[in-house]
Design a protein around this ligand. Structure first.
Ligand SMILES: C[S@@+](CC[C@H](N)C(=O)[O-])C[C@H]1O[C@@H](n2cnc3c(N)ncnc32)[C@H](O)[C@@H]1O
Length: 223
């Protein structure tokens, strides 16, 4: 199973989890294997929501920050022409490469094995553009990556950030956060403040997974 949301009261959590469902077909089998083996992939409800959004949006170029074993990149490859995904750990990047090869989708996915802190400025310098960007890396890094991500995002493009409610602790005061999580907690609050106050974005925080930030650059009607 995917992890619980932790956002709602337990009876609502239990009620909602009755409707959780993997994606269809081979990608759903890959998703279940990843859950069974304990890899940190997106939750079932986030996968289902992104699957629907991407089918409506039909992006040409997706950028993912945080690839892990390549589950979300693999399903993005089913709906976008080209996927770029970034992963800083060699072990995870190798597993992702093997998964892309096994699925016959390596030609659609560029895997950048590097820390996003250095990879994103290079993509900006190369004047690359994406119409969907998915942040799913170390949560304390989102705030540092935001400006680069916004430069890389086309007008009308979508920015999503996963796990932004920090295991439902985001609203707790600093003293109630365990010490080693405090910087991450502060950075995530800053990231959300920056996004929600940005006049170039229309943004909403959705209570799915552990919270999903969903933003459109330049507003809904902008192209
Ligand atoms: C939650 S997992 C990604 C899951 C993946 N998106 C999926 O659903 O299939 C986060 C991954 O981001 C990687 N990561 C964390 N911080 C990073 C950074 N600054 N740059 C690149 N990769 C990073 C981690 O090594 C980890 O494999």
């Amino acid at each position: 199973m995917s992890k619980g949301r932790g956002i709602f009261q337990p009876n609502i959590e239990a009620f909602l989890s009755n409707f959780d469902k993997n994606l269809d077909g081979n990608i759903g089998a890959f998703q279940q294997e990843a859950y069974d083996e304990g890899y940190p992939i997106i939750s079932q409800d986030v996968a289902m929501f992104l699957n629907m959004i991407l089918k409506i949006k039909k992006p040409k170029a997706i950028l993912e920050v945080g690839c892990a074993i390549g589950f979300s990149a693999s399903f993005f490859a089913g709906v976008a022409c080209q996927v770029t995904t970034i992963e800083r750990y060699g072990h995870m990047a190798n597993l992702a490469r093997k998964n892309f090869e096994a699925r016959g989708i390596s030609h659609k996915i560029r895997l950048i094995e590097e820390d996003a802190k250095t990879a994103l400025p290079k993509l900006v310098a190369d004047e690359e553009r994406f119409d969907f960007i998915f942040l799913d890396c170390a949560k304390g890094q989102y705030v540092n990556l935001l400006l680069h991500a916004l430069e890389l995002l086309e007008g009308g493009g979508i920015l999503c950030g996963d796990d932004i409610l920090q295991d439902a602790t985001i609203a707790k005061p600093r003293e109630e956060i365990i010490k080693r999580q405090r910087t991450i907690h502060k950075n995530m609050q800053q990231f959300l403040d920056d996004v929600m106050a940005n006049p170039d974005l229309q943004s909403i925080i959705l209570p799915i997974g552990d919270g999903l930030l969903f933003s459109i650059k330049g507003g809904i009607c902008s192209e």
